[in-house]
Design a protein around this ligand. Structure first.
Ligand code: SF4
Ligand code: SF4
Length: 197
């Protein structure tokens, strides 16, 4: 994964983003972070991240919006909560990762063709449209949007399963889709209001 190494100055910071992160539920005590690095040491995936959790926390509160939202780190986080359990300042690192993922999807700035954000976005879209997830459609969409060659590779298997009636591309939605949509829209609007506060 390419690691951007260049000097950043205060003028590069997005104060609005920093204020947003620290005003969200989960990010309230972000400024109490003492940069001890315990979260990074506890994280089983920090080795593969472009920015360790400690570094990401520091960048988020400093307002390095672009780097934070387009990082691989937030998508590699598996929500294991080790960092949160070990943090001496009780900082909700895992919740912050979720906040940042949501914002990255909203702004469409996640790493291009990286499967995890595409999967998260398609999963949400499917729930909104059909009320449930259709695994065949989800996987097909994921491959189409991230790796065409893989899609072609798997096409033979998919066709075989379809012929035997084990797989279908016709999604089956729930009956009360309209009601579910209203609930989801209400949650969305509540979150937008909280985010704007
Ligand atoms: S463990 Fe907590 S205090 Fe230490 S660097 Fe991580 S978030 Fe900051
Ligand atoms: S919750 Fe995420 S950032 Fe924290 S230790 Fe687990 S994988 Fe790492």
């Amino acid at each position: 994964m390419p690691l951007e190494r260049k000097i950043k100055y205060e003028k590069d910071c997005d104060r609005e983003f920093a204020d947003w992160v620290t005003s969200q539920t989960g990010g309230e005590n972000l400024r109490h972070c003492i940069q001890c690095g315990v979260c990074s040491a506890a994280c089983p995936l920090s080795l593969y991240m472009d920015y360790t959790p400690r570094r990401l926390i520091n960048m988020a509160r400093a307002g390095f919006k672009k780097e934070v939202l387009s990082s691989f780190t937030i998508w590699l986080c598996t929500s294991c909560y080790s960092c949160r359990a070990e943090c001496p300042k009780q900082i909700k690192v895992t919740d912050i990762m979720y906040l940042l993922k949501r914002r990255a999807i909203e702004e469409g700035v996640y790493p291009k063709r990286f499967p995890i954000p595409v999967l998260a976005r398609e999963f949400g879209r499917m729930i909104f449209t059909f009320g449930r997830v259709d695994e065949s459609l989800l996987v097909a969409n994921l491959f189409l949007r991230t790796n065409w060659l893989r899609f072609l590779d798997m096409a033979g298997v998919g066709l075989g399963l379809m012929r035997k009636g084990r797989m279908s591309f016709v999604p089956h939605g729930i009956e009360a889709r309209g009601q579910l949509r209203k609930v989801l829209e209400a949650i969305d609007s509540q979150q937008s209001k909280e985010a704007a506060r």
